[in-house]
Design a protein around this ligand. Sequence first.
Ligand code: SAM
Length: 213
Amino acid sequence: MRVRNKPWAKDRILEYPQYVVSDPENWKGRWQQRFKQEQPIHIEVGTGKGQFITEMAKANPDINYIGIEIEMSVLVVALDKLIAEELPNLQLLHADGRDLTDYFEKGEISLLYLNFSDPWPKTKHAKRRLTYKTFLATFEKILPDNGEIHFKTDNQGLFEYSLGSFSQYGMIIKQVWLDLHTSSYEGNIMTEYEEKFSSRGQRIYRVEAYFPK
Ligand code: SAM
């Protein structure tokens, strides 16, 4: 994704340490202390401008959420949403998804969302896909036994690749949606990219998969 650089984003983020975690290694094993209530933590890796994670936090006050984003210029938009909503069950984290084992203990995260992850279509860039085996190994280490990944995309190539990658890694595919918006799936919360692509008539793919014990 091409991102418009916002040189002021870092300063803005640093103004809100109660919402954006910039020292995640110091919270390893004690993320619950960042929230008002102790309850399961769900994360989205590549949260972008934060529409999905903000709406999920509003709809599910009995879950704690962390939106993780590598680009400060995008994360700052998610921060604006959180400032406006003042949600006690949402935190944002400026971090690279490949480093999550430095920040979370095994089982500290109950569920992991990937939404419209960058497809990196060239084979030579496959290692950058968030569903590549090295990312899956990282995710497995912070989820509990039988922990799940829920993944949505409009990109058929990335979706097919990801189904193969999950299976080859040893994950179990629980359910697949080949056209989410015409399916009977209830309670779908749309991401910014999902709104953009589905308004152009593109179908949305979804999969739930887990790491068996
Ligand atoms: N999930 C949002 C949505 O559906 O609207 C954003 C999708 S956007 C195509 C992918 C996002 O993932 C970008 O904001 C990008 O910066 C972020 N991203 C890519 N690689 C990442 C990584 N290794 N760790 C954290 N975020 C990452």
